[in-house]
Write a protein that binds this ligand. Structure first.
Ligand code: RFL
Ligand code: PHB
Length: 389
């Protein structure tokens, strides 16, 4: 089998890239290790930047997001028993949309399949070959049969644990990383929203986040030991912890309900450079990870593939490699900005077990500054809604 662009991974990065290429008349094949059901049911991100919404709408896959997603014009920061609103739209003229990542995945898979796009699910043994020459190939197993896909380019959109990044020559790669001594305990709850906007709460017992999925399903998180086990957390214990961390003097209270999913995720910051070598390009979590406090991961995946789609359009229509050659440099500018923002939000809102009383006072001073200075609030807001592409 031959195609122009071979894409490894049907996450947001791989699916959107394939869709954008198709709109430019460029053929691609996606190889995905999991089943369609699996990728459409995995619960991950929820916050889309304005730029991400714009791309989904402009490229014709935003209709359901527009009708079912909810536009939020602000977020709240809670600390010291008080809530403080950051008015994103007033400060930046932009907004965010809360629409689950797996819904974006469903919309993109449906659009690809409706256009006869090729996605091979449940492939295994994927390996990349001849990445230096003009005809790289991907070897894999599908339905028990070994197979080979020849392409002009190979794009690694296979997430943090994929095979594309390790296929880059080790001696050319430089990795930057930081892991955090805490994780997030995430739950999904059958309940009405407790708040019209997301609440990011700092408390001495640890961070908590009130997010939402719909009028009937809520998404809540709280800082935990990354090595803890969900089995140690009864529903009562979870509600008690969340209520303590979110307690507010104004009488606001969480609306509780039936918890139907519990999970623990680790937190890390990671960047691998370069994001390209020969005919191999990396996009999304395959090249970089941010802690979820800034809600940036999915949005970065989208901005990477937007750059790649433009690069391939220029290559196939004009024969120029200029945009593709500059991919790493252009993408990393945005990546590092998001890395900094996500690290900063994480540092400002979480409890660090080894923080001295001095550092605790600095953390509080920073929060006070962000909610009382228009300049500081604007710095948070413009990063949160996403800087222009
Ligand atoms: P993905 O989504 O991991 O997709 C990679 C795909 O590649 C497949 N794969 C392979 N296929 C073939 N062969 C192989 N060898 C393969 N190895 C892997 C995988 O099965 C998978 O289908 O990467 P992508 O496309 O780069 O997208 C990145 C985003 O998923 C990620 O950054 C976000 O989910 C991060 N994130 C958030 N981002 C936001 O922008 N806003 C948020 O509000 C937000 N909240 C979150 C988050 C991530 C979270 N978790 C679970 C880490 C909240 C959480 C809890
Ligand atoms: C979510 O709803 O899953 C979510 C929202 C905001 C974040 C991270 C995750 O910063």
């Amino acid at each position: 089998m031959h195609t122009q662009v071979a894409i490894i991974g049907a996450g947001p990065a791989g699916l959107l890239l394939s869709h954008l290429l198709h709109l430019n008349g460029i053929a691609s094949v996606i190889l995905e290790s999991r089943s369609r059901n699996d990728i459409e049911a995995t619960i991950r991100a929820g916050v889309l930047e304005q730029g991400t919404m714009d791309i989904l709408l402009e490229s014709g896959v935003g209709a359901r997001m527009q009708s079912e997603g909810v536009v939020h014009h602000g977020i709240e920061l809670a600390f010291g028993g008080r809530r403080h609103r950051i008015d994103l739209s007033e400060l930046t003229g932009r907004a965010i949309t809360v629409y689950a990542q797996h819904e974006v995945i469903k919309d993109l898979v449906a659009a690809r399949l409706a256009a006869d796009g090729k996605i091979l699910f449940e492939v295994s043994d994927v390996s990349l070959h001849d990445l230096q020459g003009e005809s790289p190939s991907v070897h894999y197993t599908h339905q028990g049969e070994p197979a080979r896909l020849l392409a002009d380019f190979v794009i690694g959109c296979d997430g943090f644990h994929g095979i594309a990044r390790p296929s880059m020559p080790q001696h050319l790669r430089q990795d930057f990383q930081r892991s955090y001594p805490f994780g997030w305990f995430g739950i999904l709850v059958d309940a009405p929203p407790s708040s019209e906007e997301l609440i990011y709460a700092q408390h001495q017992r640890g961070f908590a986040l009130v997010s939402t999925r719909s009028l009937t399903v809520q998404r809540l998180y709280f800082q935990c030991d990354p090595k803890d086990d969900v089995k140690h957390w009864s529903d009562d214990r979870i509600w008690s912890e969340l209520n303590t961390r979110l307690e507010c003097a104004d009488g606001w209270a969480l609306k509780e309900g039936k918890i139907f999913q519990k999970s623990i995720i680790g937190m890390r910051s990671f960047v691998s450079t370069p994001m390209q070598h020969g005919r191999l390009y990396l996009a999304g979590d395959a090249a970089h990870i941010v802690p979820p406090t800034g809600a940036k991961g999915l949005n970065l995946a989208v901005s990477d593939v937007r750059l790649l789609a433009r690069g391939f359009e220029q290559f196939y229509k004009k024969g120029s490699q200029e945009l593709l050659a500059g991919y790493t440099e252009t993408a990393l500018k945005r990546v590092w900005r998001a890395e900094h923002f996500s690290w900063w939000m994480t540092s400002m809102l979480h409890t660090f077990a080894d923080a001295s009383p001095f550092q605790q006072q600095l953390q509080r001073a920073e929060l006070e500054y962000v909610v009382s200075s228009r300049a500081a609030a604007t710095a948070l807001a413009e990063n949160y809604v996403g800087l222009p592409l």
